[in-house]
Design a protein around this ligand. Sequence first.
Ligand code: BJW
Length: 232
Amino acid sequence: MQKIVILTGAGISAESGLGTFRAEGGLWAQHRIEDVATPEGFARDPKLVMDFYNARRAQAAEAAPNAGHVALAELEAQFPGEVVLVTQNVDDLHEQSGSRRVMHMHGALKGALCAACDHRWPAPMQMAPGDACPQCGAPTARPDIVWFGEIPYDMDEIYDHLAEADLFVSIGTSGNVYPAAGFVAEARRHGARTIEFNLEPSAIGSQFDDIRIGPATQTLPAWVTEVLATSG
Ligand code: BJW
């Protein structure tokens, strides 16, 4: 096996204390998706959206990587082939645990984006409606987050990796949000073997060759040990 492509979702950060989206009491239970995760919601009430992401940024700053993140960083460091990590998460716990090759397809809490000129820069801990872009000066700063209806980042590169994958691994994601939920089908179409890690089979669980049920802090370290032991 030469190339492993890994997709992570909110479930891998759950045991670091960051709430998932669709669980009871999760983030979406307190906010309507269309209010905080769409460009239209931001246009309607920018302060609500800025406050939501300011709170998320503060919460993420307190979080530490868990054994699941650490296991994936160890896999990248020790696997003799190639390991590519695509995350839907906007926290930076993969980087904190030592993963180097990480693509944030839904953006990052640490980033700010100018809605006028697309300039990107490191976000301050607190953003406010009307903050100016340091490049063009327009009062159009927003969190660098991919909302519904927007095109996720790095899609061409991700599809190229999926086409070359020998193994596709999906971790802690509910399979409800596209295009990420379509990656397993894409990888399979190109001949990859596929594994899902979750507390329960996801909405697309039937598309995987293998499912490992359990908390990622337990299932991932065991799996990484298994892969490294057999990859010689
Ligand atoms: C554990 C665990 C533990 C817990 N161990 N596991 C109709 C049909 C098909 C598609 C569409 C449609 N209508 C509209 C669309 C497209 C739309 C979409 O998918 N909508 C759906 C609601 C149907 N998608 C988009 O608009 C995307 N853009 C797009 O499609 O552009 C077109 C295009 C694409 C490609 C090329 C060219 C053009 C954009 C999607 C943006 C999503 N943004 C969000 C919010 C921003 C980030 C943020 O604020 O943080 O991203 S939504 C939210 O969902 C967030 C997440 O990244 C994303 C996925 O959630 P995730 O990670 O799966 O979390 P959960 O909570 O759902 O699941 C957690 C899982 O973990 C569960 O399964 C648990 O069991 C498990 N778990 N603890 C292991 N300890």
